[in-house]
Design a protein around this ligand. Structure first.
Ligand SMILES: [Fe+2]
Ligand SMILES: [Fe+2]
Length: 168
């Protein structure tokens, strides 16, 4: 999408970046069935887990926080409360999944031992759910919410929100 304001461009770029990460995670999980746990020492697996850890620790929470603090309230005030409620509910589901994935990710990165069978099955289930939920959420925002928000903001507000975001 083409947006006029820096904050919209930045959030849009992050939607694309996280979608690319989710596509990698989906492929990774699909490539290893319930009985075929990956080699966690493999460089590719480590890179993916490390990128995912960064997204779960700060990328996704910060992105959600600026939306919740600065964008959603303004949009709700302009008559978009129903969509905002949906997007907020998505955030909760996604952050819950992230909390469940975090300790498993840490384990794959910190311990040379593979996950237990139960942990690997949880990783697969929660990882797949995380991919589905966040990808659909990012699409909803990218093609619905963000274009409307980009229209709605004035330049001073957009600059203020961008400044808040870079200081997070
Ligand atoms: Fe969001
Ligand atoms: Fe977003």
């Amino acid at each position: 999408m083409d947006f006029q304001f820096e904050i919209s461009k930045r959030l849009s770029r992050e939607h694309q970046e996280v979608t690319a990460l989710l596509n990698r995670l989906e492929k990774f999980v699909q490539a290893h069935g319930p009985a075929g746990q990956p080699d966690w020492q493999d460089a590719e697996a480590r890179r993916l887990m490390s990128d995912l850890r960064g997204a779960l620790r700060s990328g996704v929470p910060n992105h959600f926080a600026i939306e919740e603090q600065e964008l959603f309230p303004r949009y709700a005030q302009e008559g978009g409360a129903d969509l905002v409620d949906l997007l907020l509910a998505d955030h909760l589901v996604i952050l819950d999944l992230a909390e469940e994935l975090k300790p498993l990710l840490e384990k794959t990165l910190n311990s040379p031992d593979a996950l237990s069978q139960a942990e690997w099955e949880t990783f697969r289930a929660k990882g797949n759910a995380f991919v589905t939920e966040l990808r659909s959420h990012a699409e909803k925002e990218e093609f619905g919410f963000m274009p409307a928000m980009d229209e709605l903001m004035d330049p001073v507000t957009a600059k203020h929100i961008f400044d808040c975001y870079v200081q997070m």
